[in-house]
Design a protein around this ligand. Structure first.
Ligand SMILES: [Zn+2]
Length: 490
């Protein structure tokens, strides 16, 4: 089992956020010119062609079409209003409410580069605008009917996002608990990266080669390149944005096209599509179409002109050990309850959550009230060559003592213990009694990184109440799952 440098956990956390991206973002999209009443009003980013359908941005609606927009984070709904015309669009959903009626739309609203984009034809219909899509000019022509409505004097309702801070449900993603269901910013929109890349190199790098070599996607250019990556599901794909890049005149030894694809014989990669995603600033986008969900990581390279993406579909076996059981009740809680019951309940919750993880195979040492010897618990993990071993316990001492302690034996287990401890302490809010090295048999005999967490003191009245509470156990279970995923960089 390799050990992971601590700094990579930041990347793992970032990846976790990125995995929360809405699923509907098209792999390849391109820019569209926008005309309102015959005048070219926008060329950059306000409109995009996504899966062959024209989309317009929320800020464009606000600024150029005088449509009021109000984003509701909870329902993920964007309400539009232009005079008497009202509509609601739900992020990633293929229906909208127009003048009170639910209408199917054939393209869902999505988040792209920190902005909400709406399908232009549905918006036109909802807001009674006239729209023409010019295929040849790649232009969207919008006409505001004359005299049907004049903009109100108050610019927008208080909860409407200001044009300066366009829409951005994504702005909330940074707040710790806000990850669930939150559409994250398109990391292509991690503009800092884009700008620093531009600033340092000053030039544009031409991509001359995109290849699949073993389990790696290798991209080579004639100058320094960097990648912003994120994943999309349904179907599974990895998007690689390369800021400040263009396609070379020769790609993989052939004259290059504006877009195209690389065929694949890799079991997990269907193909790689590429295109010039934007020409101001110039950015190439690659989409790795996958046959299944995979893990991937950017491999640090000595060659700045090269990007290497590692693909893997390894899954990890995690053994979960509910302390005590059967004839061994473990510690007796303040109220007289048995430790073995709390450990089984909490461990089962962790197990259930891990079953949902595509790259983790959880295994229980016991799933009921059975007695198992300590050496057998470790042996179960050793026999199946598990990647991690985690034992769950509750501590006991005099009633006034409380807090979380996490144990490890081998130094190879220290980092795993640290990560678990940090997450458990944060979730419980219990006193941090530290990560400690101890010669516990179950830890000593396990051949893989192993840790034992005494989540709290069941001999303490307040902590017992929390530790036996189902909702509180859910919280601990989620924290432990997050710790395992962080450790495994999932
Ligand atoms: Zn115990």
């Amino acid at each position: 089992m390799k050990r992971f440098p601590v700094k990579l956990s930041v990347m793992a956390a970032l990846l976790f956020v990125l995995l929360m991206l809405p699923t509907a973002v098209s792999a390849l999209d391109s820019q569209v010119d926008l005309y309102v009443d015959g005048k070219l009003v926008a060329r950059n980013y306000n409109a995009r062609l996504i899966e062959d359908k024209p989309y317009i941005s929320q800020s464009f609606l606000n600024q150029e079409l005088s449509v009021l927009t109000v984003w509701d984070d909870k329902s993920q709904t964007l309400a539009l209003e232009r005079g008497k015309y009202k509509a609601q669009f739900v992020l990633n959903e293929r229906y909208a409410i127009m003048q009170g009626e639910t209408v199917r739309i054939d393209a869902p609203p999505i988040v792209l580069s920190n902005e909400i984009y709406l399908p232009a034809d549905a918006v036109s219909k909802a807001m009674a605008l006239k729209m023409t899509w010019d295929v040849v000019k790649h232009a969207l022509l919008l006409y505001i009917p004359v005299g049907d409505w004049t903009p109100p004097s108050s610019p927008s309702s208080p909860s409407s996002p200001s044009p300066a801070e366009p829409s951005s449900p994504a702005t909330d993603t940074g707040s710790g608990g806000g990850q669930s269901g939150m559409p994250a910013a398109n990391p292509g929109g991690s503009r800092d990266g884009v700008e620093s890349a531009g600033g340092s190199t000053g030039g544009m790098s031409a991509i001359g080669s995109i290849q699949i070599v073993g389990d790696q996607v290798v991209i080579k250019a004639d100058g320094a390149i960097q990648a912003n990556t994120f994943t999309l599901t349904d179907p599974n794909r990895i998007v690689i944005d390369i800021p400040n890049s263009k396609l070379g005149t020769i790609l993989n030894g052939e004259p290059s096209q504006l877009n195209g694809q690389i065929t694949s014989t890799h079991p997990h990669i269907q193909r790689i599509r590429y295109a010039l995603f934007s020409d101001n600033p110039s950015q190439v986008r690659l989409v790795v179409d996958l046959n299944q969900a995979v893990q991937y990581s950017l491999v640090p390279s000595n060659d700045p002109n090269q990007i290497i993406l590692n693909i893997s579909s390894k899954s990890y076996v995690v053994v979960l050990d509910a302390g005590h059981g059967g004839k061994d009740p473990g510690a007796i809680a303040y109220s007289g309850a048995y430790e073995k019951d709390y450990t089984l309940s909490l461990t089962t919750k962790i197990y259930q959550l891990l079953l949902e993880e595509p790259f983790i195979k959880p295994v229980l040492t016991r799933s009921d009230d059975t007695f198992i010897e300590l050496d057998e618990r470790a042996a179960i993990a050793n026999r199946i060559d598990a990647d991690l071993f985690l034992s769950i316990h509750g501590n006991t001492y005099i009633p006034s003592v409380s807090g979380t302690e996490t144990y490890y034996y081998s130094s190879a287990s220290k980092y795993f213990a640290d990560v678990v401890h940090q997450h458990v302490v944060e979730a419980t809010g219990f006193r941090d009694r530290g990560v400690r090295q101890q010669d516990y048999k179950v830890l000593r005999l396990a051949n893989m990184p192993a840790t034992l967490v005494e989540v709290g003191y069941i001999s303490n009245k307040e902590q017992e109440e929390l530790l036996y509470d189902s909702n509180f156990q859910d919280k601990i279970a989620r924290a432990i799952v997050n710790a395992i995923k962080q450790y495994l960089q999932l």
